[in-house]
Design a protein around this ligand. Sequence first.
Ligand code: NAD
Ligand code: MN
Length: 810
Amino acid sequence: MTVMDIFKTMEYGPAPEAAEAGLDWIKAHQPFGLFINGKWKKPASGQYMESVNPGSGKALARVAAANSADVDAAVTVARKAFTSWGKLPGHARARYLYALARGIQKHARLLAVLESLDNGKPIRETRDIDIPLVARHFYYHAGWAQLMESELAGYAPVGVVGQIIPWNFPLLMLAWKIAPALAMGNTVVLKPARYTSLSALKFAEIVHEAGFPAGVVNIVTGEASAVGEALVNHPDVNKIAFTGSTEVGRNIRRATAGSGKKLSLELGGKSPFVVFDDADLDSVVEGVVDAIWFNQGQVCCAGSRLLVQENVAVRLFAKLRARMEHLRVGKPLDKAIDIGAIVSPGQLKEIQRLVDQGVQEGATLWQPSWACPTEGYFFPPTLFTNVSPATTIAQVEIFGPVLVAMTFRTPAEAVELANNTRYGLAASVWSENINLALDIAPKIKAGSVWVNCTNLFDASSGFGGYRESGFGREGGKEGLFEYVKPAWERDAALAQDPSSSDGHQPGAVTAETAPEEADEEILVDDGLPAIDRTPKLYIGGKQARPDSGYSRGVYGPQKRLIGQVGEGNRKDIRNAVEAAHKASGWAVGTAHNRAQILYYIAENLAVREQEFARRISEQTGRVSRDAQAEVQVAISRLFSYAAWTDKYEGVVHRPPLRGAVLALPEPMGVIGMACPDEYPLLGFISLVAPAIAMGNTVVAIPSQQAPLSATDCYQVLETSDVPAGVINIVTGERDVLSKVLAEHDDVEAMWYFGSREGGKLVELASAGNMKRTWVSYGHPRNWLAREQGEGQEFLREATQVKNIWIPYGE
Ligand code: NAD
Ligand code: MN
């Protein structure tokens, strides 16, 4: 090739990163063992699996295929290590995490090469994005380890954590899992994805170099069916943290139901990339490149649905095709390529299958004129236009370099289209009008919203899903709560079983006053029939007759019939959910207004303090002094949440970019709740108040034994200006009604305070739409005590954090 030729074609020459360092490291270590108890160990099965280089299609390394015996060994040593690691001062853990961050930086280039070789992603991305973000994650969490004692006072680690990650960002997903877990004092057993174990194995070496105590970090490679399932089902694992597909996430939700394991799920997405007609279209084009061709589109939060305002669509598509024509697909280690290889032949086939389906469904396919390399697994950047919103390619996560475009006319239509998915992981909004962009951002149901940017990540800003994209956050302060539990739960378990130092089965502690004899004075009986006052259900701000037409008796302590309530059924729950949905305007109103209404409820309850106390005694047989205390705490609790309403506001992050990230706690939506039997009034108020304070609407099932304290609230609610549908109350059999609520696709979260079996039922049923659950597993709380009965734990359960990224500067 002559200089003249180069001038004519303007072709890039190859600029390969050397593979030797990576290949030598592999050669020196393989076959790879399992990293258990700080040592390399052969897999119990003696079996190995092959890891392939997707850029060439050739074998790269032999990696141990563990089985359940290996998982058991890893969990056992992690449990043992937890007894001391969990008790280290925060500063000591901070030193270890700091050492990991330094270690990552020292081996940054080797890690980047290994990641690129094993996964097929461009070296430019592993070198400039993946690995720096990994180091930053460990630095950031070293800070939280240091600050845990002061900033998370009252919280304790959960214990041994099982972590399962996908192949698309192997080391970054490892960092997102391991850093917060260790910072909060947990020990971990992590399973890398089958195709991409190598960077995790190099990480194990760094752990060893950093001088970690044995057993704190364990890396167990292997197949999903052997290692993944063994971890999920292991009885001595206290928490599962999973990133992967929604389908597997759903299986894990079901498998762990009722086990008491804490769970966080980061699942799939079909994220909208919304372009308004006043956007800077050239920036938009570069944004799209980063949204869907970053990492070959194998990104859970990829902007895979391009939604364009109709009047600029033709212009944007033309610019986009011109840009696509110039994208370069090629060898991952070539520093001059834009798009690398797809992780596996199976994934490649799946992408092709969905693309074929798109064509069959009538969408218009466009691909650049050039061809991809034939050796290795490559797929060209692909654009679909003329896509109708209900088709497969508009709904299903393709997880490849395939963009589907649709158009809209008005901002309202844009929001509707953006939310027309079961997912809710991320969104990008493009407009030069910041007023419009910031009006749209809160309306899109997604955990991250990027304004005039896309696919930005930082340890300071939590990441995670709404809806079927899962629950829980990684990063930010909110991410820490996935790895801790209230210390009183641990202390309760210790009190019950002093031999267990980890307290992974929270036990009972309550200062509950033992039921004493009811006060004679309140059971006045004049011999005449009482005037019937059977409360109906409370739905949409009105009393509604139960659909069943049946009533159920409410009995006092001496089995004396003291009243009747409606026997709610499936139909009533559905009506209540519908009413709760219609009242969603509650979330949009001001916090000041919501606070005001909580104060009114308190005020109206206070007026009737004696009456409510009498009712509690009557139903529970508790002495009037005690019943009165319950009412007084309920009034105080309403004041607490009225206070919190305009104070639980979120934060502004300052990640390393010119811009800010607004972390806003948003309401979940409709929350279903089964109230505890103990404390019929206080239990009800303690759950309803934080939920509505944060802008949720609720469907509450009152105490099954003592529902009259809740039904007596109808009049209180009516006189307190609570808008119709914000609080709905359905009396009846707790577990039957809870199951209907937990299965309902229009309920976003379910709280359950009842038996262990009921908790399991709720967790199982919740898997349908992956709703967030909060269950008590039959462990009582002392609702009278502030530490257990109110506060930020409740507010966190009532909200999900949305991070809105706003870069600035011209
Ligand atoms: P996957 O769900 O098939 O596998 C993920 C991990 O789970 C792997 O380690 C796998 O071995 C393991 N696994 C599979 N079946 C299991 C089982 N029954 N029990 C226990 N473990 C099991 O997903 P994938 O194909 O590796 O990754 C792609 C998916 O991950 C996409 O849907 C993507 O959206 C999602 N993802 C989400 C995020 C996020 O943060 N939300 C990030 C990356 C990827
Ligand atoms: Mn591989």
